[in-house]
Design a binder for this molecule. Structure first.
Ligand code: FES
Length: 158
């Protein structure tokens, strides 16, 4: 019998915690995401096998929600809002500045694994545009000049 890897074992433990209930799939994926900061392939395969859910269905759910990632993410997720209100207020300049300062493209993670840069459609606080969310914290009315200090502060928090 194949020995379970740590990721498989953890995924099985999470499925068990939710009673293996198929209606809990999103919560199970959320717990795996919280554990690893992304959804490792090994974990998704283990969930599918344990719950008898086809891999295609799991990938469908995993790719539908923005909060899930199939690629490893850094410690802090930087989400640049590209919704209309933020776009009009210059969100693309913020994205350019972040790309330059972090040395990554949108969708990539910094070499030190601290930041992952992504673009999202409306964070739901358009009156504060332009908005960037970092590690779950909203940074309202953000200007390019504030970015270096903000990144430094997150790096300090480690
Ligand atoms: S458009 Fe950016 S928060 Fe809505």
């Amino acid at each position: 019998m194949k020995k379970a890897t740590t990721v498989e074992a953890k995924a099985k433990e999470i499925v068990k915690k939710h009673g293996g209930d198929k209606s809990s799939l999103i919560c199970i994926l959320q717990d795996i995401q919280n554990e690893y900061n992304y959804l490792p392939k090994e974990a998704l395969l283990a969930v599918g096998a344990q719950m008898q859910i086809p891999a295609s269905r799991i990938y469908e759910v995993a790719t539908f929600y923005n909060s899930f990632s199939l690629r490893p993410r850094g410690q802090y997720l930087i989400e640049v809002c590209a919704g209309t209100a933020c776009h009009v207020q210059g969100a693309f300049n913020l994205m350019d500045r972040l790309k330059r300062d972090l040395g990554v493209e949108c969708g990539e993670t910094t070499k030190d694994n601290v930041f992952t840069l992504e673009e999202v459609r409306c964070l739901g606080c358009c009156s504060l545009a332009p908005v960037v969310r970092i590690g779950g914290n909203i940074h309202p009315y953000l200007t390019q000049d504030e970015i270096p200090k903000i990144l430094r502060n997150y790096r300090k928090q480690g």
